[in-house]
Design a protein around this ligand. Structure first.
Ligand code: ATP
Length: 327
């Protein structure tokens, strides 16, 4: 069993609402177990440069409700190289850090797996990404907040679309997955949802939209995942306009972009982040390493880190069908 005295906590990759709540939970739980906690700033970039800060209960006061991450995040190309990871391991050893709690997405976990395999550093991951694309947890920290932000925007766009009988293509985030798009589509009553998990058939979209708009003379909303294989909402709009069939339709494109990342986390994300931050400490205390803590059917479960990023979590096909049935 490894000795556990000093734990390092870091956030990495794309920021997500709820990361602060997770940091707070991990720090406070670790302190209450008698451990020392070191905050590693700017993810792997800070790990390589020794950008460490000692954390106490006070340093995580009043952050639970805030978006972003007080530890900052970064993308580090150096850490992708063996030499960069060796330097990070040296820094960790010199600072007496026995174990890590990493909050981030699949890239963060790939890096953590390598650090563990190459240098024997104990690490537990907390799934922090708006994309919800990690295997081993029903939801990731930040997904619910991003989803609700996107949904609020879709509701607003619906008002203006309706006033003018317009067709809106609304692009939402999600990298190469359609989790945000799918749930936004259902929650926002979209006429169509285009996700990377399904081939996008431009002719079929045309036919469907034209029949909806001509028969009922109404607005239409199509939610497009940024990772859709046709290249996002602007490209799809271009394809729809190509043969002139949409000349009489007032087609607009809105790309929601980074608004989806910011803002205060939802209640659901705060609770999820608090549970998983605490569970990560628990896992380390029990001697687990190279695992991700997740929530599966309401219970905390551990998944090997390499499965969390290596296995694909599929979208719910029934939900996809539901969007069609209800449009
Ligand atoms: P999100 O999915 O929200 O964007 P992420 O954690 O996937 O978050 P990435 O930028 O992919 O974000 O990864 C974060 C960092 O992890 C990278 O900048 C890099 O330093 C490290 N990393 C990613 N992939 C690897 C890898 N294969 N090997 C080593 N390090 C990696």
């Amino acid at each position: 069993m490894m000795t556990l005295n000093r734990v390092g906590v870091y956030t990495s990759g794309g920021d997500a609402p709820g990361m602060n709540a997770c940091i707070r939970a991990a720090v406070r739980r670790a302190l209450s177990e008698g451990l020392e906690v070191i905050g590693i700033r700017r993810g792997y970039a800070g790990m390589i440069n020794g950008d460490f800060v000692e954390m106490d209960r006070q340093s995580v006061s009043n952050i639970l409700q805030k978006g972003g991450t007080i530890l900052k995040s970064a993308r580090s190309t150096e850490f992708r190289q063996k030499e960069g990871r060796a330097q990070a391991a040296e820094r960790l050893n010199a600072a007496g850090i026995d174990a890590l709690i990493g909050i981030g997405g699949d890239g963060t976990f790939q890096g953590a797996t390598r650090l563990h395999d190459e240098h024997g550093i104990a690490v537990v991951g907390c799934p922090g990404t708006i994309d919800n694309d990690l295997f081993g947890t029903d939801e990731t920290i930040g997904f619910d907040s991003a989803l609700n932000t996107a949904l609020e925007s879709i509701d607003r766009i619906r008002d203006t679309a309706d006033a003018h009988n317009r067709l809106f293509l609304i692009e939402v985030m999600g990298r190469d997955t359609g989790f945000i798009a799918l749930e936004c589509g259902i929650g926002g009553g979209a006429e169509l949802v285009l996700v990377p998990e399904m081939l996008t058939d431009v002719d079929a979209i045309k036919e469907r939209i034209l029949s909806l708009m001509s028969s009922q003379s109404r607005s239409s909303i199509v939610v497009v995942a940024e990772g859709d294989e046709l290249g996002g909402a602007h490209h799809i709009a271009e394809a729809l306009r190509q043969d002139g069939a949409f000349d009489d339709i007032d087609l607009r494109v809105t790309v929601l972009g980074h608004v989806q990342r910011g803002g205060s986390p939802t209640a659901r994300d705060r609770v999820l982040a608090s549970r998983l931050g605490s569970a990560a400490v628990d896992a380390l205390l029990k001697g687990h390493t190279c695992v991700m803590v997740g929530l599966v059917h309401g219970d905390v479960e551990l998944t090997p880190l390499r499965n969390a990023w290596g296995r694909r979590k599929d979208i719910d096909r029934d939900l996809l069908q539901l969007t069609e049935l209800l449009s």
